[in-house]
Ligand binder design. Structure first.
Ligand code: CTP
Ligand code: MG
Length: 225
């Protein structure tokens, strides 16, 4: 078995979601959003280690520690997502980790089939991420058309050979901030594959996304009895 770890980045402020606490701790169906994400991650049973990267500002919020049970070790994050991921990678050094998956706490509907496809891709590539085609027409702010066939929407989890990503962060992401981990991997010249994404695996970003996530959780509770 490949020794595999997951870093769940949860040190953001959730500014766009406009909640009084960071979005990952906003309660949905009586549990913080991040607890739903962790539950879905655990269903895949491929992880030997899970690291939750949190902000030191947040650990005093009621319910935060309860939502992160004892199986998930926490690490303190930084001011940018890039810094938070680096802290997570650093916390996994010397544990013999071969593959690492990095996931946004704000994407509760991550699924085991998605993890399986990433794991398959890592047999051939150093990194992999789920991606979706774009259905809408794309325009610049001036209104000029952009060829959507050349573009895709990329989600998390993003999966990598641990040493390759660790060195990519060490050599290319010390001072710059990157939108995601594929961006750091590309900068370092790693080989990358894209696997099928899932529209349900959306990132809770704006205020209306809480209600959307709550509806989806309700429906799945009914479906599973
Ligand atoms: N994240 C993090 N550390 C940061 C910034 C972001 O761990 N310094 C995490 C967030 O907690 C989230 C994921 O990265 O799970 C994706 O980031 P995003 O959706 O942008 O979350 P926020 O930065 O919290 O939201 P916003 O940009 O609206 O403030
Ligand atoms: Mg952000």
């Amino acid at each position: 078995m490949t020794r595999t770890a997951l870093i769940l980045v949860a040190a953001g402020k959730g500014t766009r979601a406009g909640s009084n606490i960071p979005k990952q701790y906003h309660e949905i169906g009586e549990q913080p959003l991040i607890a739903h994400t962790l539950n879905n991650i655990r269903k895949s049973h491929i992880f030997n280690e899970i690291r939750v990267v949190v902000s030191s500002d947040d650990i005093w919020i009621d319910g935060v520690l309860e939502s992160l049970d004892l199986f998930s070790v926490t690490t303190l994050g930084g001011a940018t997502r890039t810094e938070s991921v680096r802290a997570g990678l650093q916390s996994l050094v010397n544990l013999g980790i071969e593959h690492v998956y990095i996931h946004d706490a704000a994407r509760p509907f991550v699924s085991s089939p998605m993890m399986q496809k990433l794991s398959e891709a890592l047999k051939t590539y150093q990194g992999a991420a789920p991606a979706l085609p774009i259905a809408d027409a794309l325009k610049t702010l001036e209104g000029d058309s952009v060829d959507r066939d050349q573009l895709q929407r990329v989600q998390t989890p993003q999966a990598f050979h641990f040493n390759a990503l660790f060195m990519a962060y060490r050599d290319h992401a010390k001072t710059t901030s990157f939108a995601d981990d594929i961006a750091v991997a590309r900068k370092a010249g790693l080989s990358i594959a894209f696997t099928p994404g899932d529209p349900d695996n959306f990132k809770v970003t704006y205020p209306e996304d809480f209600a959307k996530a709550a509806r989806m959780i309700d429906t799945s509770y009914i479906a599973t009895g």
